[in-house]
Design a binder for this molecule. Structure first.
Ligand code: ATP
Ligand code: MG
Length: 448
């Protein structure tokens, strides 16, 4: 069998962390191959090896029968490999149009900017995935789902032989995901291979034919998807067996902690609901339906123009983040990279930052031991995979970064926690923990 990509015994370490410890991966032409594994198991790192971003410390890379000792990103692109990265890798200060056309313009090595050409490339890219977006908008001003669609449109532009999608659907609704899958099926018919990373089981079963599972930078299993089922998948991913989720019928606590009456704010109109103590209230809707705007209004970032918000029965003005915090409201934002984390700062500082005022000594001083203890407590509780919490948070895998955002807010023990897409990129293990966690009444201890 001729493989398009053949990796053997790939090893890659960062300091003392063995991100990859002898990984094998084989992808056939025209195959949709799922790469699975818990947060921190090495998926993004192996992708960066295939794209030439990292050189492995050891191992063989063969693409289309050709061996590469040290493959550069240019060689990878020339071999027909395109990547949709987990963090999108877009230029926030450039427009959508420029982001879409940049790679192609660079490849052509032109000395002058050809605006007509940029426009043609960008229009072709968005039309291909039927993506309705303002091409003149700066990427940094886009909602996270639109950023993800820009990254997808850009990767699909070139005539690729392999498209790597590192969690491409995290911010998408079912409708956009369906559209993406139509494109995937179309690419498959044209013999293009797809390497697909996702924590969403139903997606994996829907479009993948082959699966490789990693754990701690090593292969667990590689087999046709037809030999896999939900139970086996969870077992190979985590080494644990999860029973069916018990559907607990909870009595609704009559106490109302938050009530919205006819709230109108930019992006939302006439919203009313009641949130009871200990209740998990789901809010959903299409992209652009105002979900994010509503969460920003409740957190004081998008203040209401009319209507009223009652907290514990008392009408409250939430016009700033300070007002929200004083009312015991927390927000896990949808885009952890730009809104949720101080990326170059340590994991420890990110976990304790919201609670710092409450962790001071009686003299009002910072005691490093107290901070260490608090950070370690949450790393254990939520299961953040790190060898050292003094490392910058940007050295963590995507899912582990999301766990840090969750820890920061859980540490603050808010009365009302707004979660805007909280499970983005987190694996099945944490999803189970969070379900138990958030099902507890506020103030109850949170345990896995
Ligand atoms: N630049 C880096 N410096 C230090 N450690 C790193 C670096 N890049 C990755 N790692 C570590 O390597 C391991 C594998 O990370 P990787 O990002 O490949 O995981 P992943 O499988 O993609 O996880 P996720 O599902 O959370 O995205 C993690 O322990 C991570 O902290
Ligand atoms: Mg990753």
């Amino acid at each position: 069998m001729d493989y398009l990509v053949e990796l053997k015994g790939i090893k890659k370490s960062f300091g003392g962390v063995k991100a990859l410890n002898g990984v094998d991966l084989q992808i056939r032409p025209g195959e949709v191959h799922c790469l699975a594994g818990e947060n921190g198991s090495g998926k993004s790192t192996i992708i960066k090896v295939v794209s030439g971003y990292y050189h492995p410390d050891q191992g063989e890379i063969k693409i289309n029968g050709k061996s590469y000792e040290k493959m550069t990103p240019q060689e990878s692109i020339q071999a027909g490999i395109q990547v949709i990265y987990q963090d999108f890798s877009l230029f926030g200060n450039l427009t959508v149009r420029e982001n879409l056309a940049l790679n192609q313009m660079l490849a052509k090595k032109k000395h002058f900017i050809d605006k007509g050409e940029i426009d043609r490339i960008a229009k072709r890219a968005v039309e291909r995935i039927r993506f309705n977006v303002d091409l003149d908008a700066l990427v940094e001003t886009l909602p996270v789902a639109d950023k993800q669609l820009v990254a997808i449109a850009r990767a699909l532009l070139d005539d690729a032989r392999l498209i790597i999608m590192d969690e491409p659907t995290t911010a998408l609704t079912r409708k956009e995901t369906k559209r993406l899958f139509e494109i995937v099926n179309d690419l498959k018919r044209r013999d293009v291979s797809i390497l697909f990373v996702s924590h969403k089981l139903e997606e994996v079963f829907e479009i993948c034919e082959q699966i490789t599972v990693l754990c701690n930078g090593q292969n667990v299993i590689s087999c046709p998807i037809s030999e896999m089922d939900d139970e086996k998948f969870s077992y190979y991913m985590t080494g644990r067996i999860f029973g069916a989720l018990e559907k607990r019928k909870r009595e609704l606590n009559p106490e109302v902690v938050m009530e919205l009456k006819n709230i109108t704010a930019p992006g939302i109109e006439d919203i009313s609901f009641k949130l009871h103590k200990g209740e998990i209230l789901g809010i959903t809707g299409q992209l652009g339906s105002g979900r994010t705007e509503l969460s920003l209004t409740l957190f004081g970032l998008n203040p209401a123009q009319s209507g009223a918000i009652f907290i514990n029965g008392r009408e409250s003005q939430i016009k700033s983040v300070g007002d929200a915090l004083r009312n015991g409201i927390g927000l896990v934002p949808e885009d952890r990279l730009t809104e949720g984390l101080f990326l170059p700062q340590s994991i420890l500082k990110n976990v304790v930052i919201g609670k710092l005022g409450r962790l001071l000594t009686r003299m009002g001083l910072v005691d490093d031991c107290i901070l260490e203890e608090e950070s370690l407590k949450w790393i254990k509780e939520i299961g953040i995979a790190t060898a050292n919490h003094h490392l910058p948070v940007n050295t963590l895998s995507g899912g582990n970064q999301q766990k840090v955002v969750l820890s920061k807010w859980l540490a603050m023990n808010p009365d009302i926690l707004i979660l805007n897409g909280p499970t983005v990129g987190v694996d099945i293990g944490l999803n189970m923990i969070s379900i138990h966690c958030f099902a507890n009444a506020p103030g109850e201890e949170c345990r896995s």
